[in-house]
Design a protein around this ligand. Structure first.
Ligand code: GLN
Length: 597
């Protein structure tokens, strides 16, 4: 096993995750099997109880693990499927060691951070690195490990110590360290002092970076590279410049251009087989083609009506899935975040300007998206936006909370039950159309939702459904041909890279998508809603839990209880998101027709 360790210094949040993912992708283009581990030095067991407004989205894995959003990047860039154990936190490793201590594993010993905790970290890494993560089922050749925080933090000191141990044990040819630094620009001058300082800190902690990746808002001058090399006693070829680029999808190519593939091959003595290399480079060409920025002739505008809109990292997977779909539909994506509370009548009196602006954004958007969320704030505004999308026949997609609210809206305004609401907003509700799921533990908070992959079965008689059609078969190949015929030729992937969920055949109309929720549509309300024309076309195996709803006489009105955005990939966009975006852009028919051929 070879290890590539990515650490950071100077400041946090400079894009270490994207650099780590891009490095993983480049290793994959060399035909290697690659896995990734994220270390988060916080005390939480996992990210499940953390606020999205502070930490960004909680990413959900297939096994139900609630993890750091970087794991979403890893899965998307490398097209791999990770487990909860691929995200190691201080909380998890302490819990593990303490459980072992209680079980008598260390009888007679004084349990200490060094060596017991560091040994536990090292053996966790070596164990998890071996887990196959791609469709080949092969044991990975390389494991990329990203260490959260910055070196020098008290919190990540035990992890740094464990990585030192790992380096010794793996041997220098099997361990490559990339340290990500930041070059500030002061009065037009690129400053290297913080980088010199952070390299000194890393070295005094006992690690020896092989490569220094310098983040900078501007292009980094050759003289700056030379200065970093001189002061840090490395070759200029060991300094990689990572300036801001138009899209994070371009970072892998930026690193490749600076010889990262070459450096990794030499430093890790990599020798991938020619057959695997050919496969990897084919995938790389496809990636570069579809992600290369083009200014498309047309734009599609989507209003994202949510409550976490002032920190868009809260919706990162969703935004990525919209981008994946926009690339396939060859449209520029214009995302308009709308704070849903501004759509409420209360705001009309307190802040009429915000109210008018928000409604203007909703009315002028080509598609309305109501994403997942928790709590009651802003939900009346979301319901107002859904009503507008339904009545004005504007394409609509509701996800999780968005689906629950679509049901509330329909019950109130179409089935004429004006007091209908969700038990999440009113525990004493007289007409709860969304209720707490019976199996959910009300006493505990961490990891107690309905989490991870669950099957959804399309119901008999739902063959008319637009979203069901998109889920059927190996659609992307034909979609590529279809859109190519209409737009710029040769720009789409010829083959699909279908993953986890994406096929529902007529014989087995079942899909697998990831979930994260505590509430569900009240089974006692289904008949009334269906009688009024709301069709629950996808349900769980018991038939009692609603998963997908759709309206018939609407260009695209679909809502799903699961989160389709979590498994969306550049080369295989999420079907409900793709259908929604295509309907908003006015090219859904083309996709459907192509598919039916
Ligand atoms: N708050 C809702 C629930 O718990 C929706 C959750 C979500 O949107 N992820 O069911």
């Amino acid at each position: 096993m070879k290890y590539v360790v990515v650490t950071g210094g100077v400041i946090s949040g400079v894009g270490k995750g994207i650099i780590a993912s891009s490095t993983g992708l480049l290793l994959k283009t060399m035909g290697l099997a690659v896995t990734m581990i994220k270390i988060d030095p916080y005390m939480n067991i996992d990210a499940g109880t953390m606020a999205p407004t502070e930490h960004g989205e909680v990413f959900v894995l297939g096994d139900g693990g609630e993890v750091d959003l970087d794991l979403g990047n890893y899965e998307r860039y490398l097209n791999i499927t990770l487990t909860r154990d691929h995200n190691l936190t201080t909380g998890k490793i302490y819990q593990h060691v303490i459980q072992q201590e209680r079980a008598g594993y260390y009888l007679g010993q004084t349990v200490q951070i060094i060596p017991h905790l560091t040994n536990a970290i090292e053996s966790w890494i070596t164990r998890i690195a071996k887990i196959p993560v791609d469709e080949t089922g092969a044991e990975p050749d390389v494991c990329v490990i990203e260490l959260g925080g910055t070196i020098g933090d008290i919190e990540n000191a035990p992890f740094v110590e464990a990585l030192k141990q790992l380096r010794m044990r793996a041997g220098v040819d099997n361990f490559l360290h990339i340290h990500v630094s930041f070059i500030p620009v002061v009065n037009g001058e690129q400053k290297t002092k913080p980088t010199q300082h952070t390299i000194r800190v890393v070295r005094s902690a006992g690690l020896h970076p092989d490569l220094i990746a310098c983040r900078c808002v501007d292009m980094i001058d050759d003289s700056t590279i030379q200065k970093v090399a001189n002061h840090c006693q490395v070759e200029p070829s060991q300094v990689i410049a990572v300036q801001n680029v138009q899209s994070t999808y371009l970072v892998p190519a930026l690193l490749e251009k600076q010889g990262l593939v070459q450096s990794m091959t030499e430093l890790l003595r990599l020798a991938p087989s020619p057959v695997r290399m050919a496969k990897g480079s084919k995938m790389w060409e496809k990636w570069k083609t579809i992600t290369s920025i083009r200014d498309y002739r047309q734009t599609v505008s989507i209003a994202l009506v949510g409550k976490y809109t002032n920190f868009l990292d809260s919706y990162i997977s969703l935004i990525r899935s919209l981008e994946h779909s926009a690339m396939v539909c060859e449209r520029n994506l214009k995302l308009v975040p709308v704070d849903s509370s501004h759509l409420e009548s209360g705001t009309q009196s307190t802040n009429p300007e915000a109210y008018n602006q928000a409604w203007q954004a909703v009315r002028s958007a080509q598609g309305i998206l109501v994403p997942g969320g928790f709590g009651s704030r802003g939900t009346e505004g979301m319901i107002n936006a859904i009503k507008w999308a339904r009545e004005s026949k504007t394409p609509f997609l509701g996800i999780c909370l968005g689906m629950q609210l679509a049901v509330v809206e329909y019950m109130r305004n179409v089935c004429n039950r004006p007091t209908a609401t969700s038990a999440e907003f009113d525990g004493m509700a007289t007409d709860p159309v969304v209720i707490y799921m019976p199996e959910i533990d009300r006493a505990k908070m961490g990891g107690t939702m309905r989490l991870g992959v669950r099957p959804t079965r399309f119901q008999a008689g739902s063959e008319w459904s637009k979203v069901r059609k998109l889920y059927a078969g190996s659609m992307l190949g034909s979609l590529g041909e279809g859109i190519d015929g209409l737009q710029a030729p040769g720009s789409l992937p010829a083959e699909s890279a279908l993953t986890e969920s994406a096929i529902a055949t007529a014989a087995d109309p079942v899909i697998q998508e990831r979930h994260r929720h505590r509430y569900e549509v009240n089974p006692a309300c289904i008949q009334s809603l269906e009688d009024c024309g709301l069709h629950f076309i996808g349900r769980d195996d018991s038939g009692q839990r609603m998963e997908v709803l759709e309206l018939k006489d609407h260009p695209w009105f679909v809502a799903v209880q699961f989160h389709p955005e979590y498994i969306s990939k550049v080369l295989s966009p999420s079907r409900p998101v793709l259908g929604f975006l295509a309907a908003s852009a006015g090219c859904l028919e083309l996709i459907e027709n192509v598919h039916m051929v």
